[in-house]
Design a protein around this ligand. Structure first.
Ligand SMILES: *Cc1c(COP(=O)(O)O)cnc(C)c1O
Length: 404
C-alpha cells in the first residue's frame, strides 16, 4: 500500500472550492460525544455534526448495522427495491401520521420533493393557477435552487438568479401577515416548526395552528420542514407531535441517518398518488446501506428512554448555561426545544457568535452558531451528564475570555 497523502488544514485552502471556512484543526476520530484532532487534542462535541450525530460517534449498535449491511449489499438502484428500505419505511409510517415515504439523500432533496409534490398535486386537481408557495423570512430549507429560493435568507439565493418563481415570503410567527398572502392560488405553505439556521426560533403554537386552518380553507398543503427538528431532537419524535398540528407533508433528514446521508419526505396516501412512476427520483435514495443504518438509528431514538432523556439533558444545559450567564452576562435569551438550544447574545456582543465558537474550540468544545448573534448547541441525544458538565466548563472558559 502507498503511504496516504499527508493532509493539513492548509490542504483545504489549496484544494477545496472555498464554500466553507472550517476550523483550523482536523478531527480524526470520535466516540460518544468526544472527538479528537490530528494532534490528539480532545473536544466535547456539542454540535453533533449540526444536529446529525444524534447518537454520538461510533455508536456500537449503529456501527454493527453498518458493518453487517456493508457485507451484504450496498446499492442497487431503484429498479430493485430492498429489505432495509422497506423496513425503514414501515418504521416511519408506524411512528407518524404518514402512509407513504419517498427516500433521498439530504434535507434539501426532501424539501425539493415536497415542493414538487405540492405543485403537481395542485395541477393534477385541475387548477393551473394554483402554483404559489408561501414561505417565511429567515427560513432555511437547503441549497438547491428551488429550496434556496423557498428559504428566507436572500443572501443565499440572490446571486443565482433567475430564481424559480411563485414563492412569497412573509414574517415568521405573524399569522395576520400569513393570512394576507395565503389564498386559493396557494399550493403549499412550507415552514420549520422551529427555525434552526435562522436563529433557533420556535413557532408559536397558535401560528402553526393558524397555518393549518388557512391551508385547509384554501386547499393548500402544509409542509413541515423537520430536517433539523426531527428524529427526537426536541424530545418528541417529531416536533409536530408536541405542537399537536399535523402537516400534509413532512421532510426529515439530518439525524435520520445518525451521520450516514439519508433524507425522506413522508405524506398521506392521497397525496402520494401524485408522484406516479417516473415523475420524480434519485439514484441513491433509499439505498440499502443508508436505510440499514437509519433503521437502527430510528429504533434506538424512538424509545421513551431516549426521548425523555432529551428533556433531562436540556435541564442540565439550561442549568449550566444559566450559571455561566450569571457570572458573565453574555446571553439575552436561552431558547429552543429539547437539544436544539439557541443562546442569543446581548447587544454588546452582537455579531460575535463565530468568535465565541472559535474560542470554545481552543478550550476543547465544539459549538455552532445560528446566524451572527446566536450560539447553538445540538449535541447527541444521549450525551452523558459528565460530558455535558465538562463541555460546559470548557465553554465557560471561552466565555470568560470574551468577557474579560
Ligand atoms: C439542514 C437543513 C436543511 C438542508 O439539509 P441538507 O441535508 O443540508 O440538504 C433543510 N432544512 C432545514 C430546516 C435544515 O436545518
Amino acid at each position: 500500500m502507498e503511504q496516504p497523502i499527508a493532509v493539513t488544514r492548509q490542504s483545504f485552502d489549496d484544494w477545496m472550492i472555498p464554500v466553507y471556512a472550517p476550523a483550523d484543526f482536523i478531527l480524526v476520530r470520535g466516540e460518544g460525544s468526544q472527538v479528537w484532532d490530528q494532534q490528539g487534542k480532545s473536544y466535547i462535541d456539542f454540535a453533533g455534526g449540526i444536529a446529525v450525530n444524534a447518537l454520538g460517534h461510533a455508536h456500537p449498535q449503529v456501527l454493527a448495522a453498518l458493518v453487517e449491511q456493508a457485507g451484504k449489499l450496498w446499492h442497487l438502484g431503484n429498479g430493485y427495491t430492498n429489505e432495509p428500505v422497506l423496513r425503514l419505511a414501515k418504521q416511519l409510517i408506524d411512528a407518524t401520521f404518514a402512509d407513504k415515504v419517498f427516500f433521498c439523500n439530504s434535507g434539501a432533496e426532501a424539501n425539493e420533493a415536497a415542493l414538487k409534490l405540492a405543485r403537481k398535486y395542485a395541477l393534477d386537481s385541475g387548477n393551473r393557477e394554483k402554483n404559489q408557495i408561501v414561505a417565511f423570512n429567515n427560513a432555511f430549507h437547503g441549497r438547491t435552487l428551488f429550496t434556496v429560493s423557498a428559504g428566507g435568507q436572500p443572501k443565499y439565493s440572490q446571486d443565482f438568479a433567475p430564481l424559480p418563481g411563485g414563492i412569497t415570503h412573509t414574517p415568521f410567527n405573524d399569522l395576520a401577515a400569513a393570512a394576507q398572502v395565503i389564498n386559493d392560488r396557494t399550493c403549499a405553505v412550507i415552514v420549520e416548526p422551529i427555525q434552526g439556521e435562522g436563529g433557533v426560533v420556535p413557532a408559536q403554537p397558535q401560528f402553526l395552528q393558524g397555518l393549518r386552518e388557512l391551508c385547509d380553507r384554501h386547499g393548500a398543503l402544509l409542509i413541515f420542514d423537520e430536517v433539523q427538528t426531527g428524529v427526537g431532537r426536541t424530545g418528541s419524535l417529531y416536533a409536530y407531535m408536541n405542537y399537536g398540528v399535523v402537516p400534509d407533508v413532512l421532510t426529515t433528514a439530518k439525524a435520520l441517518g445518525g451521520g450516514f446521508p439519508i433524507g425522506a419526505m413522508i405524506t398521506t396516501d392521497k397525496l402520494a398518488k401524485t408522484l406516479g412512476v417516473g415523475t420524480h427520483g434519485t439514484t441513491y435514495g433509499g439505498n440499502p446501506l443508508a436505510a440499514a443504518v437509519a433503521g437502527v438509528v430510528f429504533s434506538l431514538i424512538n424509545t421513551p428512554e431516549v426521548l425523555d432523556g432529551v428533556k433531562q439533558r436540556l435541564e442540565w444545559f439550561i442549568a449550566g448555561l444559566t450559571q455561566i450567564n450569571l457570572q458573565y452576562p453574555i446571553f439575552s435569551e436561552i431558547r429552543g426545544a429539547g437539544l436544539l438550544i439557541g443562546c442569543a447574545l446581548n447587544p454588546e456582543y452582537a455579531g460575535r457568535a463565530k468568535q465565541i465558537t472559535q474560542l470554545a474550540n481552543e478550550e476543547g468544545v465544539i459549538a455552532l452558531i445560528a446566524g451572527p448573534d446566536v450560539v447553538r448547541f445540538t449535541p447527541s441525544l444521549i450525551i452523558p451528564e459528565q460530558d455535558v458538565k465538562e463541555g460546559l466548563a470548557r465553554f465557560a472558559r471561552a466565555v470568560a475570555r470574551i468577557c474579560s
